[in-house]
Ligand binder design. Structure first.
Ligand code: ADP
Ligand code: MG
Length: 252
């Protein structure tokens, strides 16, 4: 039975999609069957894995139409890495789902049919705590929270943890926090060092040892439709995501 990770933070631009795509690629590289489910209508994870967002059936059909997840899953060019793509139609799901009673569990039900197939499933969430993110958190076993190493990083984190506890209490008792992940860290600046110190002080035990550096290769890889390890295997960004994959696997 595989493990399902939601990559969530209601803030945009903190490295959720980058982490979903690159962690998935590293885990697949390590030999595990891996699935990315793109739960964001912006479809950045879909594009970042080289799939055109108009060219596929999307997760919308699964969440609203009841299509089996297996029917929308596609192979990527990377061995052992599959994706359930998002498309622009997914934006409508955020409006339609709240009108359907009990729709919080749609993704969980859809995943239950395929959990045997994938050792790791990563759910890339949109930048809000709306119905799509709730669906992901209800379907997940663990949450990874990317935190951008910038000013205001702590803002909103306490609220996010409250939301996670609420979902755990009301909808998904299995849910735990795998960890907070510092992203886009520029070790040369004092700001990044202070943010790291503050986040570790506020949430001891919860922050991954691995820190993702700000790295040009990570930023440019999506424009080639590739994870960073397939763009420049030996850059600092690739090293960091390999290290994160080991840490996530070790934490179980
Ligand atoms: P989110 O999914 O949380 O909105 P993204 O993963 O899309 O955030 O990241 C926001 C932007 O920052 C993207 O353009 C991405 O390529 C870039 N980015 C993310 N992580 C890094 C990094 N470690 N180094 C450089 N650029 C990064
Ligand atoms: Mg994103």
């Amino acid at each position: 039975m595989g493990t399902v990770y939601a990559i969530a933070n209601q803030k945009g631009g903190v490295g959720k999609t980058t982490t979903a795509v690159n962690l998935a690629a590293c885990v697949a590289e390590a030999g595990y069957e891996t699935l990315v489910v793109d739960v964001d209508p912006q479809a950045n994870a879909t594009l970042g894995l080289g799939i055109g967002k108009q060219s596929s059936r999307s997760v919308y059909e699964v969440l609203v139409g009841g299509t089996p997840l297996a029917e929308v899953i596609r192979l990527t060019e990377i061995p052992r890495l599959s994706i359930a793509p998002a498309g622009p139609d997914l934006a409508a799901a955020a409006v339609e789902l709240p009108r359907i009673a009990g729709s919080e569990t749609r993704l969980r039900e859809a995943l239950s049919g395929i959990r045997e197939r994938f050792a790791f499933t990563l759910l890339d969430c949109p930048p809000s705590l709306g119905p799509l993110t709730v669906n992901a958190l209800v379907a997940a076993d663990r949450v990874i929270v990317p935190v951008q190493a910038e000013y205001f990083a702590l803002e909103g984190l306490a609220g996010l943890l409250d939301t996670l506890s609420l979902i755990q209490k009301e909808l998904n008792p299995r849910l735990t926090v795998a960890g907070m992940l510092l992203t886009m860290h520029d070790g040369r600046t004092r700001l990044a060092q202070e943010v790291e110190r503050d986040v570790r002080r506020h949430f001891p035990e919860l922050v991954f040892d691995t820190v993702i550096p700000r790295n040009v290769r990570i930023g440019e890889a999506p424009s080639f439709g590739k994870p960073v390890i397939h763009h420049d295997r030996y850059c600092a960004g690739a090293d960091a995501y390999f290290e994160l994959a080991r840490e996530v696997a070790a934490r179980g």
